[in-house]
Design a protein. Structure first.
Length: 314
């Protein structure tokens, strides 16, 4: 089993990633940390606790609340057009009585890495602020994670906030740069592969027909939450009948690297303020010099990835 912590700005695809991790037999979910992005950090934390309650896990899996904004910039505010007013597509699920831990996300990450060296896989599916803060507190933790898998950025595919930048890196470039420059064993699951890994209405109908009784409330949540997300991708002329599984793919790859083909490039993050802010600059020259070696996912077996996610719920 994979011992995993997910750090999320709990929006719609983050919720899918968390729900996969909760149900996947190959995963032991060691904790959830929250951050700003799709929604503010208080809402992201509330959403995370509600998802655990929905699955009856609220007393089993600790939640630590993280950063409210970027290291050096202003938080641009919730992305209502993609994730709805409450971050989870305006789906209403019961509030949890549980509270987040009395420590910050960064403190939790430091403690978990030090207490379990070489054991924990950290999957970050929002801004990388919490890990950047954790590395400031204790730089030695960089070598104590088994793996760090991030959903963020793009190598060859277009960006989704600027022509070249993806939201999770654009939203806190300095944090991303700190993570890229650190010694964490990093795998990047970016738009090159997440835009090709998509959920359709047929997948939802399959869940309607085949999911066991105990997962019915979760499947209802998927319906209630995903409408806004499908609408966004249709209205913005990306995809008529499907939506990308950005954040779930990062968790899927963390447990099953055979889903993707990777390439290693030296890479840095543009920390400027112009059109290329938050861009991953991969040095693909024969004699590359800029940045450290980072593993990028370049191709994906999308059918198998989606199948792996659905099978956790069937
Ligand atoms: C990423 O940005 C967030 O809004 C999504 O949850 C995903 O992590 C996609 O660019
Ligand atoms: Ca996310």
């Amino acid at each position: 089993t994979h011992r995993i912590i997910i750090d999320a700005d709990t929006g719609i695809d983050d919720a899918l990633a968390i729900l996969y991790a909760i149900h996947a037999p190959e995963i032991k979910l060691e904790g959830l940390t929250t951050t700003f992005g799709n929604t503010d950090v208080d809402q992201a934390t509330d959403n995370t606790l509600r998802l655990l309650k929905l699955c009856g896990k609220e007393t089993e899996i600790p939640v630590a609340k993280g950063a409210a904004g970027p290291l050096k910039r202003e938080y641009e505010g919730p992305v209502v057009n993609v994730h709805g007013h409450n971050g989870i597509g305006d789906a209403v699920i019961p509030k949890s009585d549980q509270q987040p831990l009395p420590v910050s996300a960064a403190e939790f990450l430091v403690r978990m890495a030090n207490d379990n060296p070489g054991e924990i896989t950290l999957v970050m599916v929002g801004r990388m602020t919490n890990l950047a803060l954790a590395l400031q507190m204790d730089p030695s933790i960089a070598r104590k994670f088994k793996k760090v898998v991030i959903m963020g950025g793009t190598v060859l595919a277009p960006g989704n906030v600027t022509p070249v930048s993806e939201a999770n890196l654009w939203g806190d470039p300095e944090a991303a740069a700190a993570v890229f420059e650190s010694e964490v064993p990093l795998t990047v699951v970016g738009l090159d592969v997440t835009m090709k890994t998509r959920l359709t209405y047929e997948h939802l109908h399959l869940l309607d027909r085949k999911a066991p009784e105990r997962n019915k409330a979760m499947v209802q949540f998927l319906h209630d939450s995903l409408g806004v997300y499908f609408d966004f991708y249709r209205q913005s002329n990306y995809f008529a009948e499907s939506c990308p599984l950005h954040d779930p793919l990062a968790v899927l790859v963390a447990v099953n690297p055979s889903l993707v083909k990777t390439q290693t490039f030296k890479a840095t993050i543009d920390c400027g303020h112009g059109l290329t802010a938050g861009m991953i600059v991969t040095d693909r020259r024969a004699r590359a010099t800029e940045g450290r070696d980072i593993q990028f996912c370049m191709e994906v077996d999308a059918d198998r990835a989606v199948g792996q996610m659905l099978s956790a719920w069937l």
